[in-house]
Design a binder for this molecule. Structure first.
Ligand SMILES: NC(=O)c1ccc[n+]([C@@H]2O[C@H](COP(=O)([O-])OP(=O)(O)OC[C@H]3O[C@@H](n4cnc5c(N)ncnc54)[C@H](OP(=O)(O)O)[C@@H]3O)[C@@H](O)[C@H]2O)c1
Length: 421
């Protein structure tokens, strides 16, 4: 590193006073940095500028050009430019692997593009997808942020060009994301934002978008559930499961659940499940057939897959819809799945929300906002409510991942990004 860069790092970037800001004055043929006494000749300008950032910038006769993505120009005139580096803290990992790989890193702060809104994140909930992505088993869809986090709540900071929706700076909102929520700021297409239901905190709001939109989509768009039908919901105590039980009840259907402990089953029954079966201690398939007097479940919401296939098809009703949306129990199937499914005239349907296109998600968000959000309320009988198990500060993201991988949560794990009153 050259002496000029050293000078710069020590005098400017290193001082708490300017803290990630750069002040460069161009006067005559001399470049002055913020602290008096550091006069640097024009031939050193390029070295100086490179000292601010590893990213390429241009030096022209009329001034210094910083990449918009990395620096925000706070003030500029003919002689000087004051640029503040755009940074934020985000959950990061350098290598795929265990939770110990997670840490908070300073990264570039995003800027809203056309039709996008910049949200200052208050909270973001954890999903199994985050765990899989950390293990290197689930890449973000093309164009999505590499930062973890499929949902967030917070406040609108700025609105990008061409936005036509109702969002203004200061509005509180919750967002469905393809990634990027576990950071201080995130950009989101305006159509993927929803208002925070009255009476709900931003912590509760962060627990809604991914889990509830998934459950809504599985039940209504994919599973086409009807009043009076029986819906078997696996992992009933999961984020998605606790939402699906409430939505199935709301649709007039009869939700049954599977879960791995009596405590979880009791809690989900309080949310509206008609019955719950501990899959570790008994045969949920036989229990479902017994409950339905042999008819079976009209719809099965299945995030388990491989290990459940035979029991699923055995308790599927004639003309039933088996909706596969996760593979917690593996992806391998050995046996006569096709003939058993055919005998039931069953439909095997699959769904992934994250990789859907922006238009599909915007339509889903609009339908959910109109049909379901009005039914969220605090402590009103029969109202919908997000189930928050635990809140971790963002810096404890690794502990939050461990907690989820140990299947301890009943409902959602929320990461508090900025302190929520
Ligand atoms: N396709 C989509 O669009 C989409 C969207 C969101 C989520 N998902 C999927 O939905 C599932 C739930 O996600 P989430 O974030 O809501 O999960 P979560 O809150 O972490 O809950 C998952 C629960 O599943 C149960 N479980 C774990 N491994 C199991 C196994 N091998 N067999 C049976 N049960 C098992 C555990 O509860 P017990 O104690 O009861 O075992 C665990 O607590 C995940 O598979 C996720 O990938 C899919």
């Amino acid at each position: 590193m050259s002496s000029v860069q050293n000078l710069l790092l020590e005098s400017l970037l290193g001082t708490k006073h300017v803290d990630n800001a750069a002040i460069i004055k161009i006067h005559a043929r001399t470049v002055l940095v913020s602290s008096p006494g550091f006069n640097i000749s024009p031939s050193d300008i390029r070295v100086l500028v490179n000292g601010f950032s590893k990213n390429p910038v241009q030096v022209r006769r009329d001034g210094l050009y910083f990449r918009e993505k990395d620096y925000k120009c706070v003030r500029a005139d003919e002689r000087s430019l004051y640029a503040k580096k755009r940074i934020m803290l985000a959950v990061h990992f350098d290598q795929p692997g265990g939770p110990e790989n997670l840490y908070l890193k300073e990264v570039a702060k995003p800027e809203p593009g056309p039709g996008e809104v910049l949200l200052k994140v208050a909270a973001s909930a954890l999903n199994r997808a985050d765990v899989l992505q950390r293990w290197g088993q689930y890449s973000p869809p093309p164009g999505a942020s590499n930062i973890l986090g499929l949902e967030a709540s917070g406040h609108v900071v700025t609105v990008g060009p061409g936005c036509q929706g109702p969002w203004k700076a200061g509005h509180s909102a919750m967002a469905l994301l393809a990634g990027g929520g576990q950071a201080e700021y995130v950009t989101v297409p305006e159509g993927h934002l929803m208002p925070v239901p009255k009476g709900l905190t931003l912590i509760q709001a962060a627990a809604i978008p991914e889990a509830w939109l998934t459950a809504f989509q599985l039940l209504h768009v994919i599973g086409q559930v009807k009043a009076g039908e029986t819906v078997l919901i696996h992992a009933g105590s999961s984020g998605v499961g606790t939402a699906a039980v409430q939505l199935a009840r709301q649709a007039g259907a009869i939700p049954l659940v599977t879960a791995g402990s009596l405590d979880k089953i009791k809690a989900v029954e309080k949310l509206g499940a008609a019955a719950g079966f501990n899959y570790k201690e008994g045969d949920f398939s036989a229990a479902t057939l017994e409950f339905t007097k042999g008819a079976g479940a009209n719809v099965i919401l299945d995030c388990v897959g491989g290990s459940y296939w035979e029991k699923n098809v055995a308790c599927l009703a004639l003309d039933g819809r088996w909706v596969l949306y996760g593979l917690l129990g593996g992806a391998e199937v050995h046996g006569e799945l096709l003939s058993k499914l055919l005998t039931k005239r069953g439909s095997l349907l699959t769904s992934l929300l994250r990789s859907r296109d922006k238009k599909y998600k915007a339509e889903l968000v609009a339908a959910f906002t109109q049909q379901i959000l009005p039914h969220f309320a605090q402590d009103e009988p029969g109202s919908l409510r997000p189930v928050v198990d635990t809140v971790f500060p963002l810096k404890q993201v690794a502990e939050a991942h461990v907690y989820m991988e140990q299947n301890k949560n009943l409902g959602k794990i929320v990461l508090e990004v900025t302190p929520v009153p």
